[in-house]
Design a protein around this ligand. Sequence first.
Ligand code: SF4
Length: 224
Amino acid sequence: MISENIWEQLIFTIGEIAIILVIGFFLFSLIVVGISFYSIKKGRFYFPSLVKSGIVMTEGMAKGICKFFGLDDKELTAFSINLHNTMNQTAFSNVLPEKRAIFLPQCLRNSACPANLTPEGLICRRCGRCEIGAHIDVLEKMGYKIWIAPGSTLIKRMVKKYKPEAVIGVGCIVEVREGLELLDKINLVGMGVVTLKDGCVETLLNWHDLMDVAVLGIEEEIQG
Ligand code: SF4
């Protein structure tokens, strides 16, 4: 009889703890979404460390809350990428350009691109059909190592082989978010630049967005 009571008490307590945890998680997600959208509205970051880890921890719930309130969850992801970049800005600026890498997505190329696929990605032939060639020249002059990546496997392989200390990843919003999470896990300083148009061919990039990140911490004379 006594042991039955103890079991009942135990199950009741576990149930209570579970309910408290679910409610706590929901409230935390709500706070993260609230601070994020308030920050977007005000154009400045409030509680950046809390919000950054909060978005990662509560991603599914936060998206559900966005949907419930009719908010665009893409806006939340874009915000988390901006936040990530802002928090990494100083660390990124302190890395020498020779120790930085840039990964461009192959979808930025012209559909008639004559680049050859090699074990180190696509090698641009500077044909002038898209803007990649001209920008690679400028960025390489600054010291960057650049790859046109046909997929994430190449990125992982090149990071392992060349061991950059900082990486700029260009891609659609989902690719950039996943890439930054991966870089965080392997303790590499990552900066994300999101393309203007998603898709598999002839996507669009505002090259000024990439150059704004690329010049961070670099002297004017090196920028050319
Ligand atoms: S400039 Fe380079 S990447 Fe662009 S289409 Fe020509 S070869 Fe391809």
